[in-house]
Design a protein around this ligand. Structure first.
Ligand code: ADP
Length: 441
């Protein structure tokens, strides 16, 4: 009902009821006055002006009449009041919808409403600016057709997830715009209408991270350059300290030997760190090369155990080897596999207290090749296990262990290397009981 006629109806009914009420009050008042002024009005032999019970009945009737009028008012105007309330709600929700539409349209982040098939139904202004298009150029198109060919597989996977109603949260993709420029984005899709079939809609957000990516790239390239430059002086230092410690060079005093050994150890730590940084930057820049050749995993394991011998002895760690002649000749990259096993073994020894056990197991079956490193060490707290493969992560329970031995890059590097070798890494860990890392190739 239009608002004006509704208001007129409401005022008319209210006035009518008010007039009736005033008429009733006027008549009642006059009746009272008449009765009180005339002593000669008798009903059933009783004088009305003096008999208290009759007056009480009349007062009672007046009150009942008054209340009945109120009820009558509420009932007679009930429909118009309900209509008013409904109209108010409608107005408020229309306003909220309008406000939402304004917010949606002018939000600084690209928002896109998608249909059930991932096609664009409603892009906001920011989206149009991002792609450099007018609505007609993108409405009805599959959002993922704007993804760069190199990321097509990932885009298909994301679209499948969307269709299967699975959450899509900040997936990194490269998208191209109308003028051909490529942008790095984080894309998320939330379901906004969970109806089955065609009625289902999703809200996609696109977060442009091209600038961050550019900065990251520059930083990684700088890191790669700087670490490259560090390699030569570190190698020279290692060579000279080796020479000083060699008996062929002549003897040093005990104090001198101790100092040179310290220089050697610190230098070796620096070489390891530089190697890790170089490998991380190679992975991030995409220049890490993989050379598949015949690889003897037990031989690699033995050489790593040799390198760790002094720490193993110092901490009285019991090493258990379960090789069973497995993985003696597999096709892999021995250098990359060495980095992986070395990091896992170093962690196992580092995070296992004195007297603990580290078990290295190699298993080869017709369908799978497995390398696993288990320890009886500190374990990883449950609430931090989801971050274990992220860069620079160190769990709270290892804070006491010297930070010079820890970069927080090892597992991040291992995960990337395992991926490069088309393998998989998983782990199980319980705080204060130990951890097992398993690589499947
Ligand atoms: P780093 O050991 O240099 O700190 P990593 O990336 O190798 O870096 O490991 C990241 C973190 O994961 C470690 O700081 C530690 O908290 C935890 N962690 C890794 N391996 C183990 C392990 N075998 N036992 C307990 N904690 C571990």
């Amino acid at each position: 009902m239009p608002k004006k006629s509704l208001l007129a109806k409401h005022i008319f009914i209210s006035l009518l009821v008010l007039v009736l009420l005033l008429a009733f009050i006027f008549l009642s008042f006059n009746l009272f006055r008449y009765i009180s002024e005339n002593n000669d009005i008798y009903i059933l032999g009783q004088s009305l002006s003096t008999d208290v019970s009759f007056i009480s009945i009349i007062v009672f009737l007046v009150i009942v009449g008054f209340l009945s009028y109120i009820v009558f008012y509420l009932i007679s105007t009930g429909r118009t009041r309900i209509a008013f309330a409904i109209e108010n709600v409608e107005i408020k929700s229309a306003m909220a919808e309008k406000q939402f539409a304004e917010l949606y349209n002018s939000a600084p982040i690209p928002y896109i409403i998608l249909n059930n098939n991932g096609e664009i139904i409603r892009p906001n202004k920011s989206t149009l600016r991002f792609f450099g298009v007018v609505p007609e150029e993108i409405v009805g198109k599959d959002l993922f057709t704007f993804v760069l060919a190199e990321d097509k597989d990932k885009a298909d996977r994301i679209l499948q997830h969307y269709k299967l109603n699975m959450p899509i949260d900040r997936e990194e993709l490269r998208m191209f715009t109308k003028n051909g420029s490529v942008k790095w984005v984080l894309i998320s899709v939330f379901e906004i209408n969970a109806k089955k079939g065609d009625g289902r809609t999703g809200l996609a957000t696109i977060f442009d991270i091209s600038e961050q990516k550019q900065l990251d790239q520059t930083k990684t390239e700088f890191m790669s350059l700087a670490t490259h430059q560090l390699r030569t002086p570190l190698a020279t230092l290692k060579w000279y300290s080796d020479m000083l410690l060699s008996p062929n060079f002549g003897s040093l005093t005990d104090k001198q030997t101790e100092y040179v050994k310290t220089i050697y150890k610190v230098n070796q730590d620096m070489i390891d760190l530089v190697d890790t940084l170089l490998n991380v930057s190679r992975i991030e820049i995409g220049t890490l090369s993989v050379n598949l050749e015949s690889t003897d995993v037990p031989l690699i394991a033995e050489s790593i155990l040799g390198e760790l011998a002094s720490q193993i002895t110092n901490k009285k760690i019991n090493i258990v080897k379960q090789y069973n002649d497995s993985l003696k000749n597999i096709k892999s990259d021995p250098k990359l596999l060495r980095i992986i096993i070395q990091n896992l073994m170093t962690n196992a020894v580092k995070y296992t207290p004195e007297g603990g056990t580290v078990t290295l197991t190699l298993i080869e079956t017709a369908n799978s090749k497995q390398i696993s490193v288990a320890d009886t060490g500190l374990g990883i707290p449950k609430n931090q296990q989801d971050k274990i493969f992220t860069k620079l992560f160190r769990a709270d329970n290892v804070r006491d262990i010297s930070s010079s031995q820890s970069t927080g890059l090892g597992l991040y590097l291992i995960k990337s290397l395992v991926k490069v070798l088309n393998g998989n890494i998983s782990f199980e860990s319980k705080e204060n009981e130990g951890s097992t890392f398993t690589i499947t190739l």
